[in-house]
Design a protein around this ligand. Structure first.
Ligand code: UDP
Length: 444
């Protein structure tokens, strides 16, 4: 009897196979592991989260013959998701059946990325509680819910109508129609279809969001009313999980370079793991950065070979290029003055947690939404407007690093940073929400 009481209950995690989704899922796993759960990650055979079977002290199970994530580019996100979810349902059920057959397997819950909604069928079949994990912002989740209704209730408004764009979405100030994250998602009818799948057909017992109330109070209260199931906002998870959750090799030589720079002078440029600038923009940016006379640390995933020799020489005099940086450590460095970002949600949270103001250059709809919040709601950054050209790049860097405007943003970012850190400390809203989630998982 005693031995059984010591056994840790299992939480099965089902991440979506893209770095920006896997990272927070791993952080969630680490946070739950610290609370006494045993973590099992279900990964697609062709989309391995990692090759080692005991990474982070987690166990891994394989969903066989899964749709490779390499097809994302050719299919587009919406068609990829439709196909992935259709082809994974039965295979994932088998996976869970096998896990349950293992002697003593005691699954407390299946927590799945909202995009991996096929997981719900296995949870239902084996009567295991399920929880949805939304790795983006609460406001993005609100948008998903709103968009799923456009489809379901056949609203007779054309959400692409130019006259509608500046109007506030009903009861959702400061969200305007133009902020709804639909750009870059392919044909609108198919996108609305997937929103319905992801946001409308839910039977899970709770939703977890990687955010905190001081960032998105109104979106969170809207969701609490709308979802009618418990909502746990437990972010930013990269603070809660405490351990390094990086899956890619980081070039730490940039920290030595940062150590040589003056406080708050360096602009850090990174567009995350997917977004890619066109070559002509990379060149304009390089010239503009050099002209700004500020030191810069730049993540170019394909390496600096793409720069012509003359420019490469100039860049290396003033800046430092890496293929993958230890981003959280970089943002925490005293030399950092600003972050030129694509505004992925993880990057946004990481920047705010370190009180670093931002230049926003979003690539897709969700990132545009985050950029709107950074500039207009939290007022800790500026949006880069128009084409990437030398003069514009230089001006944006100066506004953020040198001008009073930047200093004011830095002050506001500092205030927000303190609030965020307080939310994950004992008694804070995210700390309490994680405790409530754990209680709920332990008693299910
Ligand atoms: N990142 C990193 N090193 C880099 C660039 C990015 O560790 O050189 C990490 C960053 O800390 C963040 C993630 O990659 O956790 C990017 O996630 P985000 O949601 O910002 O963007 P995505 O990659 O999903 O577009």
């Amino acid at each position: 009897m005693e031995k059984r009481a010591e056994k840790r209950r299992i939480v099965v995690l089902v991440p979506f196979p893209a770095l920006g989704h896997i990272t927070p899922m791993i952080q969630l796993g680490q946070a739950l592991q610290l609370k006494g759960f045993s973590i099992t990650v279900a990964q697609g055979q062709c989309n391995q989260v990692c090759s080692s079977q005991t990474f982070f002290g987690f166990q891994f199970v394989t969903i066989p013959k899964s749709l490779p994530v390499s097809q994302l580019e050719s299919l587009g996100l919406v068609e990829f998701l439709m196909k992935l979810n259709k082809t994974s349902e039965a295979k994932f059920k088998n996976c869970i059946a096998q896990l349950l057959q293992k002697q003593g397997s005691d699954i407390a819950c299946i927590i799945y990325d909202e995009l991996m909604y096929f997981s719900e069928a296995a949870a239902k079949e084996f009567k295991i509680p399920s929880v949805i994990f939304s790795t983006g912002s609460a406001t993005n989740h609100v948008c998903g819910c709103v968009l799923s209704k456009f489809n379901a209730e056949k609203f007779l408004i054309d959400i692409e109508d130019p006259e509608l764009q500046d109007k506030v979405v009903e009861n959702l100030h400061p969200l305007r129609y133009k902020n709804l994250p639909i750009s870059g998602m392919g044909p609108l009818d198919r996108f609305l279809e997937i929103c319905k799948e992801v946001f409308n057909k839910r039977t899970a017992s709770a939703v977890i969001i990687n955010t905190t109330s001081c960032l998105e109070r109104s979106s969170l209260s809207w969701l609490k009313q709308e979802l009618r199931i418990p909502l746990y906002s437990i972010g930013p998870l990269h603070i809660t999980s405490s351990a390094n959750s990086s899956l890619l090799e980081q070039d730490r030589s940039c920290i030595e370079w940062l150590n040589k720079q003056k406080p708050r002078t360096v602009i850090y440029i990174s567009f995350g793991s997917i977004a890619q600038m066109e070559t002509k923009d990379v060149l304009e940016m390089a010239w503009g950065l050099c002209d700004s006379k500020q030191p810069f640390l730049w993540v170019i995933r394909l390496g600096s070979e793409s720069l012509p020799e003359e420019l490469s020489k100039m860049v290396s005099e003033r800046g430092y290029i890496v293929q993958w940086a230890p981003q959280i450590e970089v943002l925490a460095h005293p030399a950092l003055g600003g972050f030129w970002s694509h505004c992925g949600w993880n990057s946004t949270l990481e920047s705010i947690v370190e009180g670093v103001p931002m230049i926003c250059m979003p690539f897709n709809g969700e990132q545009k939404l985050n950029a709107m919040y950074i500039e207009s709601v939290w007022r800790i950054g500026i949006q880069f407007q128009g084409e990437v050209e030398i003069g514009g790049v230089e001006r944006a860097v100066k506004r953020l690093i040198v001008d009073d405007e930047g200093a004011e943003m830095r002050e506001r970012a500092f205030v927000l940073k303190e609030k965020l850190k307080a939310s994950v400390r004992s008694g804070g809203s995210s700390y309490n929400a994680l405790d409530e989630l754990v209680k709920c998982l332990a008693t299910e």
